[in-house]
Design a protein around this ligand. Sequence first.
Ligand SMILES: [Zn+2]
Length: 294
Amino acid sequence: MSPRNAQRGAIMPRNTRLLPALLLLGSLLYAQSPESPTRFKPGFNLFSKEQDVQLGQESAAQVRKQMTIVNDPFLKNYVTQLGKRLAASQEAQASGFPFTFEVVADPSINAFALPGGPMFINTGLLKAVDNEAQLAGVMGHEMSHVILRHGTNQASKQNLIQLPALLGSQMTGSSMMGQLAQLGIGLGANSVLLKFSRTAESQADITGAHLMAEAGYDPMQMAAFFEKLSAEGGQNAPQFLSDHPNPENRNRAIQEEVQRMPAQQYGFQTGKFDQMKQAVSKIKEPPPKAAPAQ
Ligand SMILES: [Zn+2]
């Protein structure tokens, strides 16, 4: 016996017949304890969380004036039911943001969420999804931008000098949007609050995958839907992709994250997807409006 083997013998069980069993047990334990899921924290931000909520609520009021909100109670309840399932997830709960869900009569394939939680889902998106998990994917992705405070993070980075004074002097009851408009922060085309970097996109994909999985939806359906949107590409690329630019290897990144997550049963369905499709097919959409003024 070489010295090295002698040393190893000291820590190994004397009964070598046990060894294969122990090795097998070890590999089983290893297989059952994958890496942990990736957790992101919100980045640098000059806004307080309360200011995210205030800004989002003021912006939502503007959206309701400028866009056509669908008042169909079934559709409103449907997106709210899905949204609440996602909002019950660990990371959404920890954020403490008050999420709300509304449908907008707009044929473009898009959805957006304002800082602090108000989410708007276009009828165009409801018509484009192939199954409920894909809709949950887009909603989970949007919710993750809110949780990670990407909108106000971007606004903070771009207005480092002017924002602290403005946010510090903000008086209760005054319009935050009005003041932010002086810095060019609003809901117009290419709004810093709604148009994200590829890094923010990757984070929203990963966090969105967690939200989906906890709600019982297969996260790979989010990847499948984004792939479907990319395939349309070119001049007719859906609005969603211009606000949410495709990060590299989106599909693979989501798949790798799923492997880090605890094994789950997917396949939850409200059972109302077909009824949603019928209801949304009856909604008359106005021609797309010009982007709201800054
Ligand atoms: Zn995004």
